[in-house]
Design a binder for this molecule. Structure first.
Ligand SMILES: C[S@@+](CC[C@H](N)C(=O)[O-])C[C@H]1O[C@@H](n2cnc3c(N)ncnc32)[C@H](O)[C@@H]1O
Length: 396
């Protein structure tokens, strides 16, 4: 270690000691970037760690990730009492899992401090306890739909093209599931627990994907009652239309359409979120858009599920039915060219698995251009990467 490195470590340690005097606690929000105090601590670890220590820690952490996911699915974390200890034997009986296997799995998570072990018995830390609840419910789908496939990326790229998936039907995800040729949504619809996990994840990152506060949907309102104003393409269970109509009463429910796959529309009917009057239309977004001349075709959290070629294909199905003042509104993260946030970086890796993509402004311009559309503007939610890309027909 050089004298300069040592000086930097000591200066940072002093800064951390100083900042600890006013430290008010950590963030409880999922997928947000580390707040300043934690960032400093992470920077200190990076400065102190040698490359060998980094690699060791990375290997242990990666294995711990798979083990924590396993402990959740074996109900091991759930079987540990919220206060006090449980013996290995009792844990084995409660989870119907071989004692010696459990002992080995638990060794890694007690080593990292995730769980506590004393005299052959185990107890929770405040972190592991949180994994029994909401944090575990958010961690599991990230593992199942992202990490699980990503671990096999080197192998996948070795047998496949070394490029982004051309179609969501032929992705790392479909290959890993042994179901190439099917769409991600078709595959997931046969897995209710994983679909539920994704739904829980999506509803718990709304602080990073707000519905309103950055785009004036009121300007879409039309006196012409015969004209559709808001077509929500791949609109999900109706929560988006509900929120937008609530915030912009100028838009009439009867002028809105929720388009999605039959199964999702069924879910929308069951959840009853949609305001009365909104029409439901079964539609495959890779086929011709059935509603002509709408004021806006809205795609929220849809573009990122698709690779460039499929997004262009989707947009090209709308372009021929657009009027001269029709808009396409794409609500997504709009990444900056250099560094992403924790949320968009993680999301992009999950999308890489399923054949989708988080995009920069430049990426959006390219796909819009190829589909015959021009970007009219970007409306970002304050302080977030999320926003609306507004587009319309290219002028001849
Ligand atoms: C990530 S969800 C986003 C839902 C909603 N827009 C939101 O912001 O919560 C993607 C949606 O696309 C729908 N979808 C997937 N493939 C589709 C297809 N081929 N045609 C129409 N909708 C599709 C799914 O059913 C799902 O509702």
């Amino acid at each position: 270690m050089t004298a300069d490195q040592l000086n930097r470590i000591q200066a940072l340690a002093a800064e951390i000691a100083d900042a600890s005097k006013t430290f008010k606690g950590s963030s409880e929000l999922f997928m947000v970037d580390s707040p300043p105090f934690l960032k400093k601590c992470e920077k200190l670890v990076a400065l102190v760690q040698s490359p060998a220590e980094h690699a060791t820690s990375l290997i242990v952490r990666t294995m711990e990730t798979a083990v924590i996911r396993t402990l959740i699915s074996l109900n091991v974390l759930q079987a540990i009492p919220t206060a006090g200890f449980i013996s290995l034997q009792c844990l084995s009986v409660a989870t119907q899992t071989q004692e010696s296997l459990l002992e080995r799995l638990l060794r890694i998570v007690t080593r990292t401090g995730f769980l506590i072990s004393e005299n052959g018995a185990y107890s929770h830390t405040h972190t592991s306890l949180a994994y029994v609840g909401q944090i575990g419910a958010l961690f599991a789908p990230c593992y199942d739909e992202g990490i699980r496939g990503l671990i096999r990326l080197p192998e996948y790229l070795f047998v496949k093209d070394k490029e982004e998936a051309k179609s969501a039907r032929h992705s790392l995800f479909t290959w890993n599931e042994g179901q190439e040729g099917k769409s991600t949504f078709e595959i997931l619809s046969t897995m209710p627990a994983r679909t539920e996990g994704i739904h829980t994840l999506a509803t718990n990152v709304q602080h990073l994907r707000p519905y309103t506060g950055f785009f004036d949907y009121a300007k879409l309102a039309s006196e012409d009652r015969e004209r559709f104003v808001f077509v929500d393409v791949g609109g999900g269970n109706g929560h988006v239309i509900k929120e937008i109509l609530q915030a912009f009463p100028q838009i009439q429910p009867g002028q809105c359409v929720l388009e999605d796959r039959a199964e999702t529309l069924e879910l929308a009917r069951r959840t009853g979120l949609l305001p009365a009057g909104v029409q439901l239309l079964e539609h495959d977004y890779l086929t011709r858009q059935p509603i002509p001349n709408a004021k806006a075709y809205h795609l929220r959290a849809v573009a990122y599920n698709l690779g460039d070629a499929e997004l262009v294909q989707l947009l090209k199905q709308i372009v021929p039915v657009m009027g001269s003042d029709s808009k396409i509104l794409i609500a997504e993260n709009i990444l900056s060219d250099d560094k992403g946030t924790a949320f968009s970086t993680v999301s992009d890796m999950i999308m890489l698995c399923i054949g989708g993509k988080e995009r920069t402004e430049r990426n959006f311009r390219e796909v819009l251009d190829e589909a015959g559309l021009a970007m009219d503007g970007i409306h970002r939610a304050p302080g977030l990467e999320f926003g609306i890309v507004e587009a319309s027909l290219k002028m001849p």
